[in-house]
Design a protein around this ligand. Structure first.
Ligand code: TRP
Length: 446
């Protein structure tokens, strides 16, 4: 057991209006988790992240207000959890620069969000980086600063964010290696069983599909939207399938087990779609109506929310961020010129802290296990996927032992160990570099 309560941290990008999918998938479970006694929860409004994609000031402001009011209306207790706005903590941006200077550019080149943008450009015959701002490229470094500044133990995120947590670990480790143990390395907490809610058209509810139901739509609008959910054309009296029914899934996300069983029965008995929609509407509204009332009261008094957020940030800065950044500045050499450096440090000189090449294992969103070989922050080799971490580990062990002698590279077909496809050279890496790095392992083992 750890001696301190587990610190759980997560950010919410303030770039939209919360919808039912956000509520069921993120807000409701996060608030329930924040009530557990042995965790210390940090929830923040990631407004600096929002600037990457929203460049309309009024929308950034409005979304920040709406999201803050939503979390408070849904029961977040600002006395119990740390609730703050990212941009109120200038130490986050300062740390972003310190981490930028240890982050491997090659690692950022491989970030999914950036790569996807490049791929879209390529597909359209554009320049690789056309229309891409450097904020998107640096996104994982800012996110690492969010996490490392508060030494979070766990970061609950969706699968699409796993890679960002890996990067935070990587940058934190790199920094620790150069400047001493300053950061705890965060663990990803994948929310496996998070309900993804279907939207109006049956696809996942998502702003990008324009199929959402705003969480705090007024009652009349909520009703109208629910009645517009797509169903099949079965007539009243005909038995209906719960499987694949968006309506049923939505109902289940709000109802108790007994209510869900009753609805299942009603489907089998041929409930009319109109009736099922009416029941769904009432069931959602029973849960949301009291929250909606609180939300409306909160949003009518933005100055109270502003005050709460400022107080949250001030407390965190005073207790954690400001003193921590003072230590980090000292550690990297941003120092009082009148203080002499410690002797050991003065002797060490440049290059002494060069990291040896390293194999890094990780799991991708496809559920398979991968590794890469990294030398001084440059990725050399990217493995193929494996079914288990053990398979990946055994191959790594073989590579360390025999790789430098047995490895060969077939142009266009990847790197092989005997008959075995190991993976692929990273862009711009020559096979000689890979062999050299592997030779260092073989030398260490001998
Ligand atoms: N990138 C996250 C998202 O889009 C939001 C985020 C910003 C975040 N900083 C974070 C999440 C730090 C967890 C930890 O969902």
């Amino acid at each position: 057991m750890s001696p301190h309560p587990v610190r759980v941290l997560t950010g919410i990008t303030t770039s939209g209006t919360p919808h039912l999918g956000n509520y069921v998938g993120a807000i409701r479970p996060a608030i329930a988790a924040s009530r557990s006694a042995d965790v210390e929860s940090y929830y923040f409004l990631a407004d600096l992240h929002a600037l990457i994609k929203v460049q309309e000031p009024a929308r950034v402001q409005r979304s920040t207000l709406e999201i803050a009011a939503t979390w408070l209306a849904c029961g977040l207790e600002p006395e119990r959890v740390c609730f703050y706005r990212q941009s109120d903590i200038p130490e986050i941006t300062e740390l972003t620069w310190l981490l930028t200077c240890v982050a491997g550019k090659g690692i950022l080149n491989r970030a999914h969000a950036y790569k996807a943008a490049v791929d879209r450009n390529r597909a359209e015959g554009e320049d690789d980086d056309a229309g891409i701002n450097a904020g998107l490229f640096m996104y994982p470094v800012l996110m690492s600063a969010d996490i490392l500044l508060f030494n979070a133990d766990r970061v609950p995120v969706g699968r699409d964010q796993i890679q960002h947590i890996e990067m935070a670990r990587d940058f934190g480790q790199r920094f620790n290696h150069l400047y001493g143990e300053h950061f705890r390395l965060p663990e990803v907490e994948i929310e496996e069983r998070v309900a993804t809610l279907p939207g109006l058209d049956g696809r996942k509810m998502s702003k990008s599909y324009d199929n959402t139901i705003p969480l705090f739509a007024p009652r009349a609008e909520l009703k109208k939207l629910i009645f517009s959910i797509v169903t099949d054309s079965k007539a009243p009296g005909e038995p209906k399938d719960t499987e694949g029914s968006a309506l049923f899934q939505l109902y289940r996300a709000f109802a108790s087990e007994e209510e869900t069983a009753r609805m299942r029965q009603a489907y089998a008995e041929g409930i009319a779609w109109g009736e099922a929609k009416q029941q769904l509407f009432e069931r959602i509204d029973v849960e949301i109506a009291p929250l909606r009332a609180r939300y409306e009261a909160l949003i009518a008094r933005p100055q109270d929310i502003e005050r709460q957020l400022c107080a949250g940030a001030a407390r965190l800065r005073e207790q954690i961020a400001t003193p921590f950044l003072r230590r980090l500045r000292e550690a990297v050499g941003l120092r009082d010129l009148a203080h002499a450096p410690a002797e050991a440090e003065a002797d060490a000189g440049a290059g002494a802290a060069q990291a040896p090449p390293q194999f890094k294992q990780y799991r991708e969103s496809d559920g398979r296990f991968y590794f890469k070989l990294v030398d001084d922050d440059r990725v050399l080799l990217q493995s193929v996927g494996h079914d288990s971490p053990r398979d990946a580990g055994q191959l790594i062990a073989r590579l360390k032992r025999e790789g430098s002698a047995e490895l060969h590279h077939l142009a266009g077909q990847g790197v092989h160990l005997g008959q075995h496809l190991v993976g692929h050279l990273a862009e711009g890496v020559a096979v000689e570099e890979l062999l050299e790095a592997l030779a260092r392992f073989a030398a260490d083992e001998a």
